[in-house]
Design a protein. Structure first.
Length: 173
């Protein structure tokens, strides 16, 4: 089994274990991903736990969006060697290393941000979450990731469908 440029995964155990210089997707990353999955799976399935996990995702989104805004403004203090570009324009990637990864993470975290926004007790927190959602949507567009745009559209359709279903059930009660 060859992996590009004549690399043979079966004759190079270090490559299989650690990954390549361009992609660290080796056994170490697979095991780390499994560890995170099973650690999260072992948490108690309570609303408080879900709210804490959603809050952690929102904080991570805030950091990623903040750094992506810095990149979009052209104020990134780090000079990156290899960046994704489209039509001569560099695509923002925030803290996730690639525009597609940033956009995918932000699309996945938007429902969690909305959940926290609907549960927020203070107006200040709700306003902050609305600003984070708006910044996330802006950065999803700025990544030029068409797959994320499609995922965002599907997310919006599902959300509106659930909202209509909830309202229809409310009228029946």
């Amino acid at each position: 089994f060859s992996y590009g440029a004549g690399l043979n995964l079966f004759s190079n155990p270090a490559l299989s274990f650690f990954g390549t210089t361009d992609s660290y997707a080796g056994l170490v990353v697979a095991l780390a991903t499994a560890a995170v999955y099973f650690a999260a799976r072992s948490l108690p399935g309570t609303p408080q736990t879900f709210a804490r996990l959603a809050s952690a995702a929102a904080v991570a989104s805030c950091v990623a969006v903040g750094y992506a805004l810095v990149q979009l403004a052209g104020l990134d203090p780090i000079v990156w060697g290899r960046r994704s570009a489209y039509g001569g324009t560099f695509r923002v990637f925030g803290t996730l290393g690639h525009p597609n990864h940033l956009a995918a993470y932000l699309v996945m975290s938007l429902p969690l941000i909305a959940y926290l926004g609907f549960r927020a007790r203070s107006r200040l927190l709700r306003a902050g979450l609305v600003a984070l959602a708006a910044g996330s949507i802006t950065m999803i567009v700025a990544t030029l990731s068409r797959g994320a745009w499609l995922a965002l559209a599907v997310t919006a359709v599902v959300w509106f469908g659930l909202l209509l279903t909830e309202r229809a059930e409310g009228d029946v009660r």
